[in-house]
Design a protein around this ligand. Sequence first.
Ligand SMILES: CC(C)(COP(=O)(O)OP(=O)(O)OC[C@H]1O[C@@H](n2cnc3c(N)ncnc32)[C@H](O)[C@@H]1OP(=O)(O)O)[C@@H](O)C(=O)NCCC(=O)NCCS
Length: 178
Amino acid sequence: MKTLEANHIILRKLTLDDAEKVEEYASDYDVAKTTLNIPHPYPKGGAQEFITSILEAEKKGKIAIFAITLKDNNSLIGLINISGPNASRRAEIGYWIGKPYWGKGYGTEAATAVIKYGFEEMKHNRIYALAFTDNPGSWRIMEKAGMKHEGVLRQHAVRDGKPVDLTYYAILREEYTG
Ligand SMILES: CC(C)(COP(=O)(O)OP(=O)(O)OC[C@H]1O[C@@H](n2cnc3c(N)ncnc32)[C@H](O)[C@@H]1OP(=O)(O)O)[C@@H](O)C(=O)NCCC(=O)NCCS
């Protein structure tokens, strides 16, 4: 898998050595609460298990996952993934950034780099993402990365026992300007 470079961050292969940092940030409820797949409370050792299974899925071509790291000091600050090749040439992206690093543009840099990878290397035709409607940080990233708003899926999922509305964004290959 390729290493992707943006202004302040490098996206590199995720490894089991990253488990400690992943667990530290993913255990924060402020990170977990606007995602559908980070459990809370985060189970001890959960990151080891998560990384093992996602690397297995990556080997099978189902997904590509990157560690988001700072250029300055190589430290891991978050994760981002994109679906693997499929007949519809359609991919979903998902991401989180550790709370100490919020609001510095790193999420936008990571999403932009992965969209580029999705169109240019993975040859996808459509890249989409979903966010909780009350998570402006996430849907602003989608807008800034060139995605268009396609609608709201009302009470499409349940988080912590409560139905949540998801806002849906996508960009097509023909709209992608590089
Ligand atoms: C959502 C998340 C990825 C944003 O990452 P980030 O690196 O802080 O985002 P950026 O710094 O690139 O900011 C993107 C835009 O959102 C805005 N933004 C960020 N956090 C915001 C917040 N809490 N409220 C309002 N706007 C916010 C930024 O101001 C910026 O917009 P601007 O350039 O117009 O000012 C991060 O907060 C996170 O990981 N949250 C928990 C997990 C999650 O929700 N993941 C997404 C699931 S779909």
